[in-house]
Design a protein around this ligand. Structure first.
Ligand SMILES: Cc1cc2nc3c(=O)[nH]c(=O)nc-3n(C[C@H](O)[C@H](O)[C@H](O)COP(=O)(O)O)c2cc1C
Length: 176
């Protein structure tokens, strides 16, 4: 049986929700552990034979700890089956929702030496009411400029859950 480790980096919890969906899919045939990336230990890494990392974008960047973790554990990552995905709202646009077209993913992968076996990008979620005043104004302005939704009373989920399941299926096929 495979031991799959899913590591997540999230600010508002949506990347964790996506990871849970992947976990639900994969735990039918594997043992899956879901851990915040910043709490992952060497033992967690050693105990797994597949590592998946998911991280969201905030103001153009992943949490710097994601790159730091990847740089520090490059050899271990390369030793296992592995996958990476990013979450951002730009990916709601059909022209920016693939690994070849999402600017954050392209830039991030160019900044690291790790070449994950499987890579993907998922559109995220915008929960205007939960944001603080300034974040709400800035994000709304960005959404306005990029022709996205701007109703501050609403929450918008752009995630294509079928796409998330397809990602999980690719991992399933990789390790079976
Ligand atoms: C303060 C803030 C800044 C964000 N900056 C960006 C950004 O620069 N580009 C983008 O595509 N999405 C951006 N987003 C959208 C997030 O990536 C999206 O909400 C995602 O679902 C967040 O995932 P998380 O809850 O796991 O952190 C931002 C969201 C917030 C709240």
């Amino acid at each position: 049986m495979s031991n799959i480790l899913i590591l997540y980096s999230t600010t508002d919890g949506h990347t964790l929700t996506i990871c849970k969906r992947i976990e639900n899919y994969l735990n039918q045939k594997s043992k899956v552990s879901l851990i915040p990336l910043t709490e992952c230990t060497k033992k967690d890494l050693d105990n797994s034979n597949t590592i998946i990392i998911g991280a969201s974008i905030r103001y153009g960047k992943h949490n710097p700890k994601v790159k730091e973790f990847i740089d520090n554990n490059l050899e271990i990552l390369n030793d296992k089956h592995n996958a990476f995905f990013t979450v951002n709202v730009v990916a709601r646009k059909s022209t920016k929702n693939t690994p070849q077209t999402n600017p954050y993913l392209i830039k991030f992968l160019n900044s690291i030496f790790w070449k994950p076996d499987i890579v993907d990008v998922f559109a995220g979620r915008l929960d205007y009411p939960s944001l603080n005043f300034w974040d709400r104004q800035i994000i709304r302005l960005i959404m306005y400029i990029t022709k996205g939704p701007t109703d501050l009373k609403k929450t918008y989920e752009f995630t294509d859950w079928k796409r998330v399941e397809e990602f999980a299926l690719k991992i399933f096929n990789l390790i079976k």
